[in-house]
Design a protein around this ligand. Structure first.
Ligand SMILES: [Zn+2]
Length: 222
């Protein structure tokens, strides 16, 4: 039996936030129709967008609330088929929110490359160059494991022939990372038109990391 002593304020807020960010994901072209999904962790529960309802039509009551084992405790709709991937990320990282997109630049990259290289220092926010997880069908434990492996050392993963996953401390941060990943993939594609892009070295990325850390702890803004 699931403990239904939920943190109702926090789960209710998470449901509202997911409606807002789902619509934003659609409006900003990071997904089409019902593709992709978003979730927020609240204590040991996950609020997650539903399956088969277009983002434009999703209402707060449709957002599902699950245990980490996938038992639905509230929400009137059917849960997203990718809930095992979200659950796996919450079990293996410090994620508080997860965004899964089918954004076009990232999908295009995923079918031709094995990673998104460090073409711009902003990739530091994703933990460095972003690997492409080998193809496994959506909704499988294999996909969930492959993504969790990458996210042990990154805040973003690219899924071959599928899309991307990012996480963050908040849904806003996870979403901004999904947006950044899409922008970087687009810039990389443009850069290839000029020939062979110069990739930032491990040392140059370490220098970026050190400077970001110094500014954060020194109180200065980036
Ligand atoms: Zn997907």
């Amino acid at each position: 039996m699931v403990d239904t002593n939920l943190n109702l304020d926090a789960t209710g807020q998470a449901q509202k936030d997911l409606v807002v960010f789902g619509r934003r994901m659609l409006a900003e072209g990071l997904a089409i129709g019902t593709a992709g999904n978003l979730s927020i962790r609240v204590d040991d529960l996950i609020a997650i967008t539903p399956s088969s309802i277009p983002y434009a039509d999703v209402e707060t009551e449709d957002i599902c609330v699950l245990t980490l084992d996938g038992e639905q405790v509230s929400g009137r709709a059917k849960v997203s088929s990718e809930w095992p991937m979200h659950s796996g990320i919450y079990r293996t990282t410090g994620a508080r929110a997860v965004v899964h997109t089918h954004s076009p630049e990232v999908v295009a990259l995923s079918v031709s490359r094995e990673e998104l290289p460090a073409i711009h220092y902003a990739i530091h926010a994703l933990g460095g160059p972003v690997p492409v997880v080998g193809y496994t069908r959506f909704g499988t434990d294999g996909l969930a494991r492959g993504v969790a492996d990458v996210l042990a050392s990154r805040t973003a993963a690219i899924l071959s022939n599928h899309g991307a996953v990012t996480f963050g401390d908040t849904i806003a941060q996870a979403y901004e990372r999904a947006h950044l990943l899409e922008w970087l993939a687009g810039v990389y594609r443009l850069s290839l038109a000029y020939g062979s892009p110069r990739i930032l070295s491990t040392e140059e990325m370490a220098e970026v990391a050190a400077e970001v850390s110094r500014r954060r702890y020194g109180g200065a803004t980036q």
